[in-house]
Design a binder for this molecule. Structure first.
Ligand SMILES: [Fe+2]
Ligand SMILES: [Fe+2]
Length: 294
């Protein structure tokens, strides 16, 4: 039997399942917000139109905008005010975060894994990736935030659609530690990077994000154009995992790889440590204020 062909078929089959599952409910809003995030010329009226199409989303955004987390002294009662007080870029991040959080509700907790832990991990990686771009590279980092938030989207697809097998895999990793990607590949024939990349492809995500999702465990596989971006996601993923923002019992890759990527990105360790500390404080604030909603 042709093993490769079988793998391809099952990944395609999984994607077909996605389209008829509740996961697909976020597709329209997420695809549009991602294109607004990557288009610097996109206007705020396009964003408002997008929000107004989705009343439950509007309510959630107003709740978050009024939460102590954003600590505005104003009472924000509509999206126009939210835009003025918290700004366009933050508003885009809130929309993406709220829509993505819908995928992480429910589920079961097995051997340290739960959808909640995975969501907490994703948010921490998003914060760190964005801060590396903003504070070290002097760029806005909206795409880095999006890639951090979505890099493990393939895991939530497996958890939702291949639930029993995935939970058994997580359970087995507790007694026989190995990387999640190795475990997934031997069980399913693909790992969560491939699942996420296939999803990103079929939902027309921007190329940078697609590669950030697909190659976050092996940035060398990314195109030259996006490799440094993907290495940033790798570094953020590694560091937050090591700092207690993991979601499963697994050994981290060789630290030398991390150190090489930190050099490739031109980052200094003292600066990275300060950013990790900042993200830890940010996450504590988020957890205390109830912004971590999944
Ligand atoms: Fe991952
Ligand atoms: Fe991750």
């Amino acid at each position: 039997m042709d093993g490769e062909e079988k793998t391809d078929n099952s990944l395609a089959g999984l994607l077909e399942l996605v389209e008829t599952s509740p996961l697909a409910s976020i597709k329209g809003t997420v695809s549009r917000i991602l294109s607004l995030i990557s288009d610097p010329a996109a206007s705020s009226s396009e964003l408002i139109q997008l929000i107004e199409l989705d009343p439950p989303l509007t309510a959630k955004i107003l709740r978050v905008a009024n939460s102590a987390y954003y600590a505005t002294s104003k009472d924000i009662s509509d999206i126009h005010q939210a835009l003025i007080w918290i700004g366009l870029d933050t508003l885009k991040e809130i929309i993406l975060t709220q829509k993505m959080s819908e995928l992480y509700h429910g589920g079961t907790s097995v051997a340290g894994y739960s959808r909640f832990q995975l969501w907490r991990h994703s948010l921490a990686v998003a914060f760190l990736a964005k801060n590396i771009y903003r504070r070290e590279f002097g760029e806005k980092g909206n795409n880095a935030y999006a890639a951090g938030l979505m890099h493990d989207i393939g895991i939530i697809v497996e958890d939702q659609l291949l639930h029993q097998e995935f939970m058994q895999l997580v359970q087995s990793m507790k007694d026989a530690p190995r990387s999640l990607s190795d475990g997934e590949t031997s069980l399913f024939g693909y790992d969560h990077g491939l699942v996420g990349m296939a999803l990103a492809e079929s939902w027309n995500f921007p190329a940078e994000l697609k590669e950030g999702i697909g190659f976050h465990h092996n940035p060398e596989g990314a195109s030259k154009e996006h490799r440094l971006f993907v290495k940033t996601i790798f570094v953020a993923d590694y560091l937050m995992f090591a700092q207690g923002y993991g979601y499963v019992a697994m050994p981290l890759p060789d630290r030398e790889i991390l150190e090489q990527y930190v050099r490739d990105l031109g980052l200094q360790w003292y600066a990275l440590r300060a950013l990790v500390e900042l993200v830890r404080e940010e996450m504590e604030k988020v957890e205390q204020k109830g912004y971590l909603v999944a």
